[in-house]
Design a protein around this ligand. Structure first.
Ligand code: NAD
Length: 477
C-alpha cells in the first residue's frame, strides 16, 4: 500500500493556509512502518497572536449572524464531509493507523454532529419571568466568546467535530489545536467548514508544541473557554492554567471502563460484540471496554472464547481489505503497553493471548490477561491499547465494587438478560455513560462526559450546546 500524503500540511489562520516562511516543522509518522511521511509546520508566537486577534474579531461578527444562516453553513459542512469522506478516511488511516472502514465511520459520525447542532442551535431558548408588578426578567443564553479547543489523535475527525459543531452553532469563534500526529485528516475537516462558508476569522487551526500553544491561548484575554479531550494528567495541567483567570472549561479525560458480564447472557453473541469493541481502533478509545468482570460460572468459557477470537483477528495495514485492527498510533503506546503487561504478569496475571509488540511500525498483538490483581498498574492506569484484563466475580455487589474502585468514571458496561440486574447495575455504576447490552454510547444527540477524574462537562445533546453559552438575566421594571 502507498503510505503518503498528497496535500501539503499547513496552519489555518484568518482564512489562509500558512506553511514554510522559516517555521520549524515536526515529522508526521506512518504507524505501519514508523517512518516520516510529512513535515508539519509549527505555529510561532506571531501566528498565535494573529489567530487570537482574528478569533476576537470573528466572534464579534459571528455571534451577530442569524441562526438560520449559521445552521445552513453547518449543514453544508456536514454534506461536504460526507462527499469527501472517502478521501478524508484514507488520510486518517495513513496517519493514525485504524482500518479504513473505521476511519470512514468516524468521518460520517463527525458529520452527524454538524447536522445535529445546525438544528440544536435554533433551540437555545431563554425564558421570561413576569412579576405581578409588571416587572420582567429575561433569562438569555449568549455565546461564551472565542474558545480554544484541544483534540487528541485517537479520533482526530470525530473529536474535532464534537467541539467545533456546538461551538460554531452557539455563535463562538474557535482556535483549534488538533493533535500533531494526525494533521491531514483534521485539515481536511477544517477545509470542509471553510468551503461551506464559515467566515475567515471565525475558525483557526494551529499545530505546534502543545505546551507553548496551550499556555499562550489559555492566558490570552481573548479566549473565554477551553475544551480539552486527552489524558487526565494533561487535563489537570490545563485546569491549573485556566484557573489563573477563572476560564470556563470542559474536560473529557481518560477512562478505564469496566464491563460486567453476567452468567445469563448468550456467551457467543456477547463475546463477538465484546471482542469487536475491545479491539476497535486498537483499543485507543477513551470508552474502550477494559476491565472485564465475568461471573464465575462462565469465566473459563469466556476466557477460552475471548482468547480464540483475539488470536483470530486480522491485524495489519488499515488500507488493506479485511484488516480488523491496525497498528497503534504512535511509538509511545507499544512501550507503555509492554511495561503494563510485564507488571501484570509479574504480579500473577496470566497472559492468555498476544502480549507482544512486533513489526517495524507500532503494531501490538491483541492481548488477553486473566486474574489480574487490583494492585497491578494496568488495573489502575488506562492501558489505551489492545489489552483486555479479566477478573471473575460471584455477586453483583462484588462486581460493582470492583468496577467503581478506580478514580475514573467515563463509561461502564453491563451485559445481562435480567431486567433487575440491568437496573441495579445502571444505577450503581459510577460513570457518565452506562451501556447495558450496548456500546452505542457516543452519539450526537445524547450527552457524553465523565465523572470523577474522567472530567466534567458534556459534549453531545443540548448539554453540549449549553457548554458554549453563558446565562444572563436582564431585569426590567
Ligand atoms: P499525553 O498525555 O502527552 O497527551 C494527550 C493529549 O494531550 C494529546 O493529544 C496531546 O497532543 C495533548 N497535549 C499534551 N500536552 C498538552 C498541553 N500541554 N497542552 C495541550 N494539549 C496537550 O499523552 P499521549 O501519549 O498522547 O496519550 C497518553 C494517554 O492519553 C493515553 O494513555 C490516554 O489515557 C490519554 N488519551 C485520552 C484520549 C481521550 O479520548 N480521552 C485521547 C488521547 C489520549
Amino acid at each position: 500500500m502507498t503510505q503518503h500524503y498528497t496535500s501539503e500540511l499547513a496552519l489555518f489562520i484568518n482564512g489562509s493556509w500558512r506553511s514554510g516562511e522559516g517555521r520549524e516543522t515536526l515529522a508526521v509518522l506512518n504507524p505501519v512502518h514508523g517512518g516520516a511521511i510529512a513535515d508539519l509546520p509549527v505555529a510561532t508566537p506571531a501566528d498565535l497572536e494573529e489567530a487570537l486577534a482574528a478569533a476576537g474579531e470573528g466572534f464579534r461578527a459571528w455571534r451577530a449572524v442569524d441562526v438560520d444562516t449559521r445552521a445552513g453553513i453547518l449543514r453544508k459542512a456536514a454534506s461536504l464531509m460526507r462527499e469527501r469522506a472517502e478521501t478524508i478516511a484514507v488520510l486518517l488511516t495513513i496517519e493514525q493507523g485504524k482500518p479504513k472502514a473505521e476511519a470512514l465511520g468516524e468521518v460520517m459520525g463527525a458529520a452527524s454532529f454538524f447536522d445535529f447542532y445546525a438544528e440544536e442551535a435554533k433551540r437555545a431558548y431563554g425564558r421570561v419571568l413576569v412579576r405581578p408588578t409588571g416587572q420582567r426578567a429575561m433569562v438569555l443564553k449568549q455565546p461564551v466568546g472565542p474558545v480554544a479547543v484541544f483534540t487528541p489523535w485517537n479520533f482526530p475527525a470525530y473529536m474535532l467535530a464534537k467541539k467545533l459543531a456546538p461551538a460554531l452553532a452557539a455563535g463562538c469563534s474557535v482556535i483549534a489545536k488538533p493533535a500533531e500526529e494526525c494533521p491531514a485528516s483534521t485539515s481536511a475537516m477544517i477545509r470542509c467548514l471553510a468551503d461551506a462558508g464559515v467566515p475567515a476569522n471565525v475558525l483557526q487551526m494551529v499545530y505546534g508544541v502543545p505546551d507553548m500553544i496551550s499556555r499562550t491561548l489559555i492566558a490570552s484575554p481573548v479566549i473565554r473557554k477551553i475544551s480539552f479531550t486527552g489524558s487526565t494528567a494533561v487535563g489537570k495541567h490545563l485546569m491549573r492554567l485556566a484557573a489563573e483567570d477563572v476560564k470556563r472549561i470542559t474536560m473529557e479525560l481518560g477512562g478505564h471502563a469496566p464491563v460486567l458480564v453476567f452468567d445469563d447472557v448468550d456467551l457467543d453473541k456477547t463475546l463477538d460484540m465484546l471482542v469487536a469493541q475491545k479491539f476497535r481502533n486498537a483499543g485507543q478509545v477513551c470508552v474502550a471496554p477494559t476491565r472485564f468482570y465475568v461471573q464465575e460460572r462462565i469465566y473459563a468459557a469466556f476466557l477460552e472464547g475471548f482468547a480464540a477470537r483475539a488470536g483470530a483477528l486480522k491485524v495489519g495495514d488499515g488500507l488493506e481489505a479485511g484488516v480488523q485492527m491496525g497498528p497503534l498510533a504512535n511509538p509511545r503506546r507499544p512501550a507503555a503497553l509492554a511495561s503494563l503487561i510485564g507488571d501484570a504478569t509479574a504480579q500473577g496475571g496470566r497472559l492468555l493471548a498476544g502480549g507482544q509488540a512486533y513489526g517495524e511500525g507500532f503494531f501490538f498483538q491483541p492481548t488477553l490477561l486473566a486474574d489480574v490483581p487490583d494492585t497491578a498498574a494496568i488495573m489502575n492506569t488506562e492501558p489505551f491499547g489492545p489489552v483486555a484484563v479479566t477478573r471473575p466475580f460471584a455477586t453483583l455487589e462484588e462486581a460493582i465494587a470492583g468496577a467503581n474502585r478506580v478514580p475514573f468514571g467515563l463509561a461502564a458496561f453491563a451485559f445481562t438478560n435480567d431486567l433487575r440486574t440491568a437496573n441495579l447495575a445502571g444505577d450503581a455504576l459510577e460513570a457518565g455513560m452506562v451501556g447495558i447490552n450496548s456500546f452505542a454510547i457516543s452519539v450526537a444527540d445524547a450527552p457524553f462526559g465523565g465523572v470523577k477524574q474522567s472530567g466534567f462537562g458534556s459534549e453531545g445533546g443540548s448539554e453540549g450546546l449549553d457548554s458554549y453559552m453563558v446565562t444572563k438575566a436582564i431585569h426590567q421594571a
